[in-house]
Write a protein that binds this ligand. Sequence first.
Ligand SMILES: *Cc1c(COP(=O)(O)O)cnc(C)c1O
Ligand code: SF4
Length: 348
Amino acid sequence: MALDLHGLIERGLIAPDRARGLQRVADQFAVALTDDIAELIDPNDPVDPIAAQFLPREAELDVDLHDRADPIGDHRWSPVPGIVHRYPDRVLLKPVLVCPVYCRFCFRREQVGGDDGMLPAEALDRAFTYIEQHPDIWEVIITGGDPFVLSPRRLAELVRRLEAVPHVAVIRFHTRVPIAEPRRIAPPLVAALQSEKAIYVVIHANHPRELTPAVREAVGRLVKAGIPTLAQSVLLRGVNDNPEVLEALFRALVAIRVKPYYLHHPDLAPGTAHFRLGIEEGQRLVAGLRGRVSGLCQPTYVLDIPGGFGKVPVAAGYTEPRKNGGWIVRDAAGGEHPYPPPGDDTVS
Ligand SMILES: *Cc1c(COP(=O)(O)O)cnc(C)c1O
Ligand code: SF4
């Protein structure tokens, strides 16, 4: 059973005297937690990183000058409902707009959590027709919302329909269910992901405390079934804006065979300014991992450019061009080293 605002008050995770103010937040942005997540919250810790991600706060009503309802411009690239086609070789397919938990920093918070959770059957048919008619689509990324809230039967049907499209080679799921409701990653769901085509699962995880024994077992079931698993994390003030936490998160993921894929700089979603940190601070945190922590533990630090211009890496560079056509290359400790231009026969 998902916990709503009242459930959170009953459970002692939110003080009753905040009910009225937080109801205003809940009216605007969906609130839901699973028991698994609620159990992770320490109600006596005012800066608990799990609470920060999932418990509504009054600060969400503060509108920042830079907030945008559609921070990464999905709308602009949506040719038919349920499809976002921004890059030539891949599309997002959004069959469902609900999640088992609602992250307070969600970049799609204006879209998720409404009453119309499912994409209607006719719209889903049209989305598949779009995929079928665009031979450049090599990969379909099933996201939402969270596709793993679907029943195994529905998931299997999505997979089967994509298997039937010859030009689709890769099917990728983006999900928080392995963290939010790990028992859902049960044999029937795993069986629904068996395919002749490559299926990848990308798990959204932001703090090492999210990786409980139940989560590790859930991930283990995916891995044992031969499904490559990656992680995406969001860099968040008050959650993981700290070198020890990032290191622990990425090490813990790699140790359960999950490759950190992206570390997202936070998007300009409405009412989320309190989560944002500067890109320079993000660059410092990411640079702190380089050279000290295994390369397997280094995600690409990316920003989804506001307005729909796509994701680009935003880590600080290690190279500087020289006048002679060569380069200065900085090592992880800041030392600078020359690298010659191609075909150079001088010694510098
Ligand atoms: C993030 C995103 C993708 C996936 O990008 P990758 O860099 O392949 O992970 C695809 N389409 C849209 C619209 C996206 O926002
Ligand atoms: S799981 Fe993803 S889509 Fe769902 S609320 Fe969290 S960030 Fe948003």
